[in-house]
Design a protein. Structure first.
Lengths: 349, 349
């Protein structure tokens, strides 16, 4: 059967921070689109969005919005996905959902194409896009697992405010300006808009991303732990996470400690492995001060790794610094990449 | 023998960021001073400094500056300490050195009073003040070691620019202002003034503090590793560090993973222990979003700990978030505290 020339793609949450990046990424990738439907909440409906030089009017999303849609890319919040994704599936669309609504559902594949693309075959209409901080970590760890085995991961994150949405970026910018001008600025968004208290993010570091669970970990930390095990197919993997918000607009960084299963691996072997790994760019030359930084990763689809070095005590232990654009590989690009994989594998026809 | 009413104290580096904090701390603590000598490089000599309402003129430091000095507090850089500290000792002063010059010298005690005050007795004229990032970590870990044993520590730091001096703080402020105003600003100080390349710190995170060693670790990371073993008297302790500079003016944060020697300890036991530990303030109430943050620690002498929780896989593993003012407990206050201990223990008479 001949492959279709193009697909009917819907973007739900088209006016949001990630939605905008999805539309831009579809354009940059020259994604085979026959029809594009841009959807949002009632509040944002009517907005104009330009795609490939053509102006589109964003429509209010409702259960009937998905007629004839082949691929629906959702990024409008968990409750919207909960409500509308099943309707999209009923209409025959495959949903790629960027929220946490279905990620841990055993019937929903949670996919990072470099890691577990084959899981797409077992979809039941919905495919979940993992949390931003999880994605960049598993892209960097997958090649290590394949070659040397993987036993344990301890990660401390340095996360950008755009992970909390466009309003958080605005808060960072306005608050920074206020502090520099010695003016007052009442925090209202970060660390978590719906939580009780809000704290200054400018010139600060907040060790809370998402709300706290009863076990003392935040939901963000538990996402990193649980999603990593699911994506890597390693329920036995030991994963621990501490997630921290920084005064950085875009670009998550992660300080990783990991232990492999193989004896006597050296840091150069890990570097060579990652230099040739899909989706990974090695930036690791301490003599010339080459290492990844969030300010350099913005607008790029890759996961940047550096500072790779062996632990000084544990033969199987290594340290690594991992940086990526949380709106692209952490969200929009991974979603579009899943859609490209769906076409490549013949799952969407 | 009756204790002296006051001591002749010299501050070397009196016009620097830490020197200024030392002078302020001596005043705040009502330190028993009979005579105060303020010293600096030739360039800063002649500056006026106010102490207890009295104006002092800073003099150029030279080998003869230490006549009759009881306690000399050095914070003017490693080369100044190398050159002048031996002269101060010859004149009978006890030197408390805030640089890295003598820290790993086996004849020089490296002291954090809450941890190893007794090591002061074995001094040979010079006592070293540890690196800022090390101090706050060992204050938090010492009570854990005493009660439950300590096997392993993995730390990722979130360090403020004032650790690089007043010029770095100025760079952060001016660069932030420039970026907000869409103006150019050429980095010239951070991450390391004397290194080849300089990078933007505003809205960024730089995984380099101090220069790199051949093993891929920075000197800052190796300081944390080696100093921790020395201060804790635990050459066998497994310590690993990743040190990262943030766009924060003052206040270092650290994400710690540590393993104790004792089975079945729970997080509440660690919290109770630290709640009553000297120099430590427990800020750990996730339900009310209480945890330490750098913006809250500035100007305080304490080490703030929170986010204490048990690892989900390792029975002996725990996570903790540790914050302190790097200019106070990390430098000036620890130095003055050592001087107070020297008096209390009758070592300076």
């Amino acid at each position: 059967m001949e492959q279709k020339k193009g697909f009917h793609v819907a973007v739900v949450g088209a006016t949001g921070a990630v939605g905008q990046q999805i539309i831009q990424t579809l354009e940059n990738r020259d994604f085979p689109i026959s029809e594009l439907t841009l959807l949002s909440s009632a509040r944002s409906a009517g907005s104009k969005v330009t795609f490939n030089g053509q102006e589109y009017t964003v429509q209010e999303a409702n259960p009937e919005s998905f007629k004839d849609v082949d691929i629906a890319l959702f990024s409008a919040g968990g409750s919207v996905s909960q409500e509308l994704a099943p309707h999209a599936v009923e209409h025959g669309a495959i949903v790629v959902d960027n929220t946490s609504a279905f990620r841990m559902d055993p019937n929903v594949p949670l996919v990072v194409p470099e890691v577990n693309e084959d899981d797409l075959h077992s979809h039941n209409g919905i495919i979940a896009n993992p949390n931003c901080s999880t994605i960049q970590m598993v892209v960097a760890l997958k090649p290590v697992k394949e070659k040397y085995g993987l036993k344990k991961v301890i990660v401390s994150t340095y996360q950008a405010v755009s992970g909390s949405g466009a309003a958080a970026v605005q808060e960072l910018n306005e608050q920074t300006k206020a502090i520099i001008n010695n003016e007052e600025y009442e925090p209202a968004i970060l660390p978590v808009k719906s939580d009780k208290k809000h704290y200054q993010i400018a010139f600060n570091a907040i060790p809370q991303i998402d709300k706290f669970q009863d076990n003392g970990y935040t939901f963000e930390e538990m996402k990193m732990i649980n999603e990593t095990k699911k994506i890597m197919h390693m329920p036995e993997l030991q994963v621990a996470a501490t997630c921290v918000r920084l005064p950085v607009a875009t670009g998550h960084s992660e300080s990783l400690y990991f232990e492999v299963e193989t004896d006597s691996v050296n840091a150069n072997e890990i570097k060579s492995l990652l230099e040739n790994a899909p989706g990974v760019v090695l930036q690791d030359d301490p003599d010339n001060q080459i290492y990844p930084m969030p300010a350099d990763c913005v607008g790029k689809n890759d996961v940047f790794v550096g500072r790779i070095r062996k632990d000084l005590d544990e033969d199987k232990g290594f340290h690594m610094w991992v940086v990526s654009d949380n709106l692209l590989k952490g969200a929009a690009w991974n979603s579009v990449q899943i859609a490209e994989s769906l076409i490549k594998l013949g799952i969407v026809k």
